[in-house]
Design a protein around this ligand. Structure first.
Ligand code: HEM
Ligand SMILES: *[C@@H]1O[C@H](CO)[C@@H](O)[C@H](O)[C@H]1NC(C)=O
Ligand SMILES: *[C@@H]1O[C@H](CO)[C@@H](O)[C@H](O)[C@H]1NC(C)=O
Length: 323
């Protein structure tokens, strides 16, 4: 081979590798990102979260949901954690979050502990990713290695949150579009929404489903109607579990409920309503391992949505404020 052709081959290979790196911004996240800068990170996060969950079992669900809403709003960049400022209206008052998103104080407590151990090193976006993973594990779900190296946004957007976060009144096809806009398939959506195996919803989120929909078990509808009045404005914040059987255990009962027409939200029952996702729901309802392994893969992929890396963004000192 001539010298000319071998060096141009090398050039071609190097350029191709470089383009691959540029093409996927998530290439820079890694499971060992803090192994030298904050070796005790995970053992710092876990006990703070554990004590919050011991006080309030629902908290694991609330933290998992924060991660989902953060990732769907301009990527997993901690933007959801920012309070409003004079220069932007943040995400906490977006429709899906107002009177609903909770656990911000727990994230603050974790951040305080992490800042003590490794000042100025670990992003709020990564803390949320670790806390979401640990919440799943502490409630009995699968464990996995979280990819890290995200940096924190310096802004937040209520309007993007309103546009991107799926709504409980939406149809299967509309829900698929919301996930597809984030690079997630219908199959990944069905696995991720299994997060509804834990946690609670307000009457205002499921009223339409229990009074107006026909794809619901009638005795289950009556049970939920007992604590969720038909008239909007009354009992709006009354809670019911998303998984009626085991609301504080991360398992596959969510899918068993759907097969029995006992999904709490309209959007939940859309996953098993005679459409293209029915067979996947049925399969998870019979096979918890299949659900767990698909959930883990989809969580890792969701965690890869548009992270800020390198020198973009910042490492916030306080998760509620930009530095
Ligand atoms: C199909 C799209 C989804 C829709 C329409 C949806 C909608 C909702 C709604 C309306 C609530 C109740 C909020 C309230 O009434 O205060 C809720 C709660 C929750 N969602 Fe979703 N969700 C979806 C997907 C997901 C995903 C992908 C995850 C996580 C991987 C998730 C995790 C949770 C959790 C854990 C709760 C309970 C939170 C708590 O108890 O504090 N959801 N969701
Ligand atoms: C999950 O596994 C990791 C090791 O990969 C460990 O550091 C972490 O503490 C585990 N999470 C929980 C909640 O046990
Ligand atoms: C049920 O449907 C009727 C007719 O479309 C509508 O007026 C009403 O607001 C709905 N009720 C709920 C609780 O969504």
């Amino acid at each position: 081979m001539s010298k000319y052709s071998s060096s141009s081959l090398t050039f071609a290979i190097v350029s191709f590798a470089y383009l691959l790196l540029l093409g996927s911004s998530s290439a820079q996240l890694s499971t060992n990102f803090y192994s030298s800068s904050c070796p005790n990170l995970c053992s710092t996060v876990k006990p703070v979260l554990q004590s919050a969950i011991n006080k309030d079992k629902r908290m694991g669900a609330s933290i998992l949901r924060l991660f989902f809403h953060d990732c769907f709003t301009n990527g997993c960049d901690g933007s959801l954690l920012l309070d409003d400022t004079s220069s932007f209206t943040g995400e906490k008052t977006a429709n899906a979050n107002l009177n609903s998103a909770r656990g911000f104080d727990v994230i603050d407590n974790i951040k305080t502990a992490v800042e003590k151990a490794c000042p100025g090193v670990v992003s709020c976006a990564d803390i949320l990713a670790i806390a979401a993973r640990d919440s799943v594990v502490l409630l009995g779900g699968p464990n996995w290695s979280v990819k890290l190296g995200r940096r924190d946004a310096r802004t937040a957007s209520k309007s993007v949150a309103n546009n991107n976060i799926p709504q409980p009144t939406q149809s299967l096809s509309a829900l698929i579009s919301k996930f597809s806009a984030q690079g997630l398939s219908a199959k990944e959506m069905v696995a991720l929404v299994g997060g509804h195996t834990i946690g609670q919803a307000r009457c205002t989120s499921f009223r339409g489903h229990i009074y107006n929909d026909t794809d619901i078990d009638s005795s289950f509808a009556k049970l939920r109607q007992a604590n969720c009045p038909r008239a909007s404005g009354s009992g709006d914040n009354n809670l019911a579990p998303l998984d009626l059987q085991t609301p504080t255990a991360f398992d596959n009962y969510y899918y068993k409920n759907l097969v029995n027409k006992k999904g709490l939200l309209h959007s939940d029952q859309q996953m098993f309503d005679g459409g293209s996702t029915d067979s996947q729901v049925r399969s998870y309802s019979n096979n918890q391992q299949a659900f767990f392994s698909d959930f883990v893969a989809a969580m890792i992929k969701m965690g890869d949505i548009k992270p800020l890396t390198g020198s973009t963004g910042e490492i916030r000192k306080n998760c509620r404020k930009i530095n």
